[in-house]
Design a protein around this ligand. Sequence first.
Ligand SMILES: [Zn+2]
Length: 288
Amino acid sequence: MSKKKPTSIELRFFERDQHDRTRRWLGATNLDTIRQSTVLMVGAGAVGNEVCKNLGLLGVGKIILVDPDKVAASNLNRCVFFRPGDHDIKFKVEAVAERLPELATTTVVEPHAVPIQHAPDTVWDVDLVIVGVDNHYARYLLNAKNLSLDPPRLIINGAMGKDHISVEVLGPPHTACMICSWSKDFVDHVVANEVRTQCDPFFVDTVPRFPMVSFVTSIVGAVMAWEATRVLVGLQQWQNTGQWQQGLEPAFGRFIQYNLSNHQASTGPIMPNPRCSETFCRDKRKHL
Ligand SMILES: [Zn+2]
């Protein structure tokens, strides 16, 4: 029998496996669950780019990506999947769908270049919804749509300011919904503001733009992807038993905030509002 000395490549077979380090980190069963998962990502801007990058590298099976906008030159300071030359030509969802598979060979991206309220119902046929939109009206609409589903999907909602980020992990009606903390006046303002925007395009062009750099979106995208990971690996068990996977419990029903200016991180519960402006939220909580 030949006693050929193994080559270094044969000895290090695991170096050929893209998911080797993730499998060591999550365990083989959890990685299989991740690879069979489907996620709806609403928003393909800076946050959407970061979350798609993280979930693609993790090995998530399918990402349904919804965003109506084209790439703008001002996006190019913070979006890994956009390139100079894309702006005003490519839709954001097209750019991500084209380039994510260069990194994440096993992740399928299904792009929809429409507002979430115009996307087909099939986009909601997912394990988890991740929200990275830049306006309250889109949050308001998708929260209402989600709560009309039976059962509503779990949601990870990310937001940020110049020097802070905030992430919420929600599963209404078991937790607060996305607008439980909004006052009636604020809801009226959001809806009226949208009507005004649609009637007067000048208004959109004169809205002040947010200051933003890539490392702020990296932080929010990392926290969102980490919470998504813990939700996805534990979702089936939670649906069956009400318990999350031990050691991988997501911040369910909680917010996570991080302030870059002083490195303070905080977390706490988000209380459901019995007088929430969303009728579905109030009604479904009554039947828990
Ligand atoms: Zn609510």
